[in-house]
Design a binder for this molecule. Structure first.
Ligand code: SF4
Length: 91
């Protein structure tokens, strides 16, 4: 999918957010090694490990400066798991 095709999808943020299956995997700390992203076993302090949901979702950017808004560019950067629905949709 080209970047131009992604913009209409982003314009409807509800539609964009509904792509997420709420598995919570992207809310674990990651590190990069030789250009590849690896996931650690350390969750974000705000991730509810039972529900797999963020406990501060509406204020996440204010309360956690390390939280990053998910965008098509970020998805293409390879930071999400390969089987994440965003990755499948954008690849
Ligand atoms: S890995 Fe993908 S499906 Fe799972 S919580 Fe993150 S964005 Fe949503």
């Amino acid at each position: 999918m080209t970047k131009n095709n992604q913009e209409p999808m982003m314009a409807n943020s509800k539609q964009w957010e509904n792509i997420c299956e709420r598995c919570g995997r992207c809310c674990f700390e990651k590190y990069e090694y030789r250009g590849k992203i690896f996931y650690s076993d350390t969750p974000c302090e705000y991730l509810d490990l039972e529900t797999k949901l963020c406990r501060i979702y509406p204020q996440r950017f204010e309360l956690n400066p390390e939280c990053v808004r998910l965008s098509p560019d970020l998805v293409q950067s390879g930071v999400l798991p390969d089987d994440c629905p965003y990755v499948k949709k954008i690849k």
